[in-house]
Structures are given as C-alpha cells and as structure tokens.
Design a protein around this ligand. Structure first.
Ligand code: GAL
Length: 428
C-alpha cells in the first residue's frame, strides 16, 4: 500500500508535476505568445539617430516584446515613405512607422491606422502635450500616433575654434553672418557646410525666410500658402539672401548626407551648418561639448522664433492580437518620462512631454526648451514646412523642387523662383 501509496503518491506527484509542467509551458508559450514582434519602420541611421533608435529597441524589449527593425536610410525620410507605401499597398504594413504632421491625416484617410486612444487617455496626453502637437497626433479626434520629441529646426551650428580664428561672434543678423563668412573664407575655412539634397536646401531656405520675414510672414507663406505672400518683395529678399549663401559653400556638396556636413563642422573642415538639432546628436556621439567645442545659436534674425519638428510613430491596423498588445506597449513607452529623457539626450531634441526635469540636458537643449515656451507665448512658434509639419506632402515636394532648382541654377532669378513657389502651392 505504502508503496502503492508511494506509487500513487509518486504518480500523483508525477501527475502534479506534469500538470505543473504543462501549465508552465502554457504560461511560457502564453508569455512567449504575448511577447509580440513589433516591426517599426524608421529612417534613423546616422550615428546619433541610430543610437537613439537603439534606446527605443532596448526599452521595448525590456517590456518583453521583440523589436523588428525596419530602418530605411535617407535623411528626411523620403525613402522610408516610399518603402512604407509599398508595404501598406501589399496589405502587410509594419506595426508602427515614423510618420509626421499632415501625412498622419492622409494615412488616416486611407483607413489603415489604429487608435491608441486608450493608452493616451490612461497617461493624460491631452494634459502633458502642447495643443499644437496633440492635435497633429489625432485622426478624427482619436490618437493614432505617439510623439517622441521636439526638434528645433532654426539652429546654426558653429565650430568654436573656427570662429575664434577670425575673431568673430556668433552672427545675430544676416549682415553679421555674411561678414563672418567673408572672414572665414579669407582664412581658408569653408564658411558653410551643406548637403546637396533638396530637403537640406529647403530647410536652409526655411530658416533664412523666417529670419528675413519673421514669424507672421512665415505663417502667411508656408502655413496659409498665401499666393501674394509667396510672390511678395519679402519672399524675393528671402530667396536672394538664401542664394547669397551659396558662394560660401563647397563644391563637393552634391548628394552629401546631412550628417557628413555636420561631420565637417565637427572636424573644423567647415565653420557653420544650418540644421535641426538632430545635428547635435552627431556632436554628442563625437564627444563634443556645447559652448566649448561648438556653439548652437538660432539662425540669424530668428532668435525670437522657433521652428518645430516633432517625430512621431503612427500605428497600423494589424491582424495579430499579440502585435496589437505590442503596439500599445510601444505607444505607452514612447511617451513615458524614462524614455522621453534618455531618447532625447541621445537624439539632440527635447522631450515633447511637458513638465519634464531637464537637469540632465545640456545648454542647447535648455535653450531650446526656454525658446519654445517663449515662442508659444509670443505666437512665434511655427511648424517646419521643410520637415513635414504643416503642408501636405505633394506641396512640400513641389517646394523642394523649386528651391532645389533655384539653389543649383546660375541664371534663375528670385522673382522667377517666387512665382514658381506660388504656382507650386496649388499642387494636389
Ligand atoms: C527629420 C527627422 C529627424 C532627423 C532628420 C534627419 O525629418 O524628423 O528626426 O532624423 O530628419 O534625418
């Protein structure tokens, strides 16, 4: 009996163990089952960008999900958007994609986005996000995208040694800028580093137009697309000032990626670059210190204004319940204070989540946050048109072409380019 009992006991124990083992396997597989593979399309491939994307991957995996990387190289994201269209049309969208501004509405109109409203409301996004930004993340009143940062676009990055060599101060006006550029050129230093790609030329022009015309002009031209303003004498002046920069750039610019141009300023091969603060991510990766090795100043004439560019991830309808859970994990993570801090320390931007402690951030980031608030109050906070924040992609692309042609033409006049801008504003 005992033996039987023992045997029974043993069997019971075996049965219990089997049941336990089975339960464990179920749990494991269930656990494993709930560990979703979240495929994320993005275009963060430069040094600072890739490091920031790595932060996201690691934090998502800490939540038990698997990050499936879908990185498409090409600053500004044009290649990534082409890849995304192919995937969506073939009925196999990624779980999430780096999509910004009005493009979110267009994908919403296609009926392919999924709501993350539950995640947003559980974390009070309407309270912790500036209204200019929360509204961009919603489709028909529901959150379908999560923002990760606020990039300032109207920056000028300066190699501190180069400036010292010509005994100059960071230029506050366009007159100062061209005087400094002249001195740098005489000293044998390439004054301005730029990459010959239409989005980079458009972005440089965007900052010039803001500096020459001011925020009210910028809004009429690039937010309201007012034809008279697009052809106005102020626009002519902005286009002429933009073109006046060209002789201070180098011959090797064609096709150059933005981070290679930043690399020229880091290495002292060039003195200045007009670029959003994703450029700062490259200085950070190169262990350069702001205020010492390099300076971050608003573009000439734009001190009181702020051009914002917000990176966001939109979520696509998927067939798998696990992936849906993974999407909600990712959405919650993107707006979490922990992620907002570590991601933006790497990326060069500032947290989009308001009320964050910026103690760990450097002087450029602190200035960005203070100027953002100042511009909000003064009404000089404007969306970056060159970075997909306000005009629909078709018009943005047409503007890229106009500005690119004008920059690369030896004969086109500013008046001709302005007329083309007004015509391009009607692109469907
Ligand atoms: C912007 C994007 C930034 C940065 C930049 C260069 O459009 O919002 O995060 O990556 O392109 O690729």
């Amino acid at each position: 009996m005992d033996m039987l009992r023992t045997r029974v006991a043993q069997r019971t124990r075996r049965v219990t163990l089997t049941v336990l083992a089975a339960a464990a396997t179920v749990a494991l597989t269930a656990g494993a089952a709930s560990a979703a593979e979240v495929e994320v399309l993005h275009y963060w491939t430069s040094g600072g960008e890739a490091k920031s994307a790595q932060v996201l991957k690691q934090m998502l995996e800490k939540k038990g999900d698997t990050w499936k990387d879908f990185a498409v190289a090409g600053g500004g994201g044009e290649n990534a958007m082409t890849a995304l269209k192919t995937r969506v049309i073939s009925g196999n969208p990624p779980a999430a994609a780096q999509i910004k501004g009005p493009a979110i509405q267009q994908w919403g109109d296609e009926g392919v986005l999924v709501s993350i409203d539950d995640v947003a409301h559980a974390d009070n996004w309407d309270k912790v996000l500036p209204t200019q930004i929360s509204s961009i993340m919603k489709y028909k009143g529901q959150y379908v995208a999560a923002p990760v940062n606020v990039h300032r676009v109207n920056w000028l990055w300066i190699n501190a040694d180069a400036l010292k060599k010509v005994n100059a101060q960071p230029p506050a006006t366009w007159d100062d800028f061209f005087k400094t550029a002249d001195a740098l050129q005489k000293a044998g230093i390439t004054p301005v580093a730029i990459g010959g790609q239409s989005w980079q030329e458009a972005e440089t022009f965007e900052t010039v137009a803001l500096g020459v015309g001011g925020a009210a002009f910028y809004k009429k031209a690039f937010v309201q697309l007012d034809p008279a303003t697009l052809k106005s004498p102020t626009m002519i002046k902005a286009l002429e000032t933009f073109k006046k920069i060209k002789p201070y750039t180098d011959k090797g610019q064609t096709g150059r990626d933005w981070n290679m141009a930043t690399g020229m300023v880091i290495a002292g091969k060039a003195a200045m670059q007009f670029m959003g603060d994703w450029a700062k991510g490259e200085f950070t990766v190169a262990n350069k210190t702001p205020g010492q090795d390099y300076l971050c100043v608003p573009g000439p004439g734009t001190q009181d204004a702020y051009t914002f560019n917000v990176d966001s991830f939109a979520f696509f309808k998927v067939k798998s319940a696990e992936v849906e859970k993974g999407q909600k994990d990712l959405a919650g993570l993107l707006m979490s204070p922990e992620f907002q801090e570590i991601f933006n320390l790497n990326k060069g931007s500032i947290p989009v989540r308001q009320g964050m402690d910026l103690a760990k951030f450097d002087e450029c980031a602190k200035k960005s946050a203070a100027d953002f608030k100042n511009a909000q109050v003064k009404g000089t906070l404007v969306p970056s048109w060159a970075h997909d924040m306000v005009i629909k992609p078709a018009v943005e692309g047409a503007f890229y072409d106009v500005i690119g042609e004008y920059w690369n033409s030896d004969s086109e006049t500013a008046q001709q380019a302005a007329d083309k801008l007004a015509a391009a504003s009607k692109t469907n």
